[in-house]
Design a binder for this molecule. Structure first.
Ligand code: ADP
Ligand code: MG
Length: 362
């Protein structure tokens, strides 16, 4: 019997940064880089896992899945989370191949989890609601792999839609598609730097957000309006005030950004992207000179609407929205500006929004 093949895309977040854990909005799009998996059933209740990107091959009983501190933890974690949710699985041989850049911030991990989840669910004959599937994949990464993460990556890898980003409400997982026409491009620039302290700085930001929410008598900063904030912000310590100002402003910006895309006002959308970057740089203090340089160089290119850091910060990528006609000038000038400042070239990916995970019918 020939194998069935499933594939799941990577993603980029257009706006709404550090808002997820505050119950706010994010606006990711799935992009045309995929992790594919070919799956065949096997009689025994075990998984046989291999990947074109890694040399090691694993054979693990479904009844003894425990983390091994290797790439197999992602698919094993998905199997574990599926069974924990009551979806009994059957054995299978899963062979992965991917063109999602690994560790570049485009979420190769979610693409791996989601492709696994589709393959295992189909193999065992389960039809799982898509939102539940996203939660299962998130649980695999946070609890089995041990990487605490929000749900955005897994959610968009499943719910992505061609020529659309989605506005996702992280509090209740409501979402709606927002259009990005065919002639626009999302260009991702990878700074290829990762500054230290990412983990602890992230935890400090989260704590400051909790402190601010508590001050306003709320569990989540999402529930503090900009008006409530400005009426009492001077009672906060300077640092907590800055962190809260970013989050509350960013949640509002993301909602406005969705309306701008809906009405085709890309200039407005772009201004909000630049404002998001400034807020992340000045108030949230998670940018770095490499990301600032990439945004600055992007801003100088005719036909670029907006640019900002994307992801947790301290390195990683920027995202720029532009007319397709602006791409050649962008690819000319942005890497050159970056190289003359830092002596190395950024990674560049020219993308459009694509559909979420699906079976590949040959
Ligand atoms: P990102 O999600 O930003 O690409 P992560 O560190 O979250 O980076 O996830 C990368 C990890 O996911 C890799 O180190 C590897 O363990 C696993 N992974 C991703 N893609 C593949 C693949 N094609 N085959 C095997 N493992 C993969
Ligand atoms: Mg990841």
């Amino acid at each position: 019997m020939s194998p069935r093949v499933f594939r799941a895309p990577g993603r980029v977040n257009l706006i709404g940064e550090h808002t997820d854990y505050n119950g706010g909005f994010v606006m990711p799009a799935a992009i045309g880089f995929y992790t594919s998996v070919a799956v065949r059933p096997i009689e025994e209740r075990k998984l046989v896992l291999s990947s074109a990107q890694f040399p090691d091959r694993f054979e693990v009983s479904l009844d003894e899945a425990a983390p091994r501190k290797s790439w197999c933890d992602y698919p094993l974690g998905v199997a574990w989370a599926l069974e924990k949710s009551g979806y009994r699985l059957r054995g299978g041989e899963l062979t992965f191949a991917s063109d999602v850049p690994i560790g570049a911030g485009l979420s190769s991990s979610a693409a791996l989890e989601v492709s696994t989840a589709l393959a295992l669910a189909t193999l065992a004959g389960h039809d799982i609601p898509t939102r539940r599937l996203a939660e299962i994949c998130q649980q695999a990464e946070s609890e089995f792999v041990g990487m605490k993460c929000g749900i955005m990556d897994q959610f968009i890898s499943i719910h992505g839609r061609e020529n659309h980003a989605i506005l996702l409400d992280c509090r209740n997982l409501d979402y709606r598609p927002v259009p990005i026409p065919d002639r626009l491009r999302l260009v991702i620039s990878n700074s290829k730097v990762k500054h230290e302290l990412t983990g602890s700085a992230y935890n400090h930001r989260r704590r400051d957000c909790e402190t601010a929410a508590e001050f306003f008598g709320k569990t989540l900063l999402r529930d503090v309006t900009p008006a409530q904030f400005s009426s009492r912000e001077n009672e906060l310590t300077p640092q907590v005030r800055m962190r809260a100002r970013h989050v509350i402003g960013e949640i509002a910006r993301t909602g406005i950004a969705a309306s701008a895309l809906q009405t085709g006002d890309y200039r407005k959308f772009g201004e909000l992207m630049y404002a998001s970057h400034e807020s992340l740089r000045v108030d949230y203090e998670v940018s770095c000179e490499e990301l600032d340089k990439l945004v600055d160089a992007a801003q100088k290119v005719e036909g670029v609407y907006g640019s900002r850091m994307t992801g947790a910060g301290f390195g990683g990528c920027t995202i720029s929205l532009m007319e397709e006609t602006a791409v050649p000038a962008f690819l000319d000038s942005v890497p050159a500006a970056y190289e003359s400042a830092f002596g190395r070239r950024p990674g560049l990916y020219v993308c459009r929004p694509v559909d979420g995970a699906h079976e590949v019918i040959s």
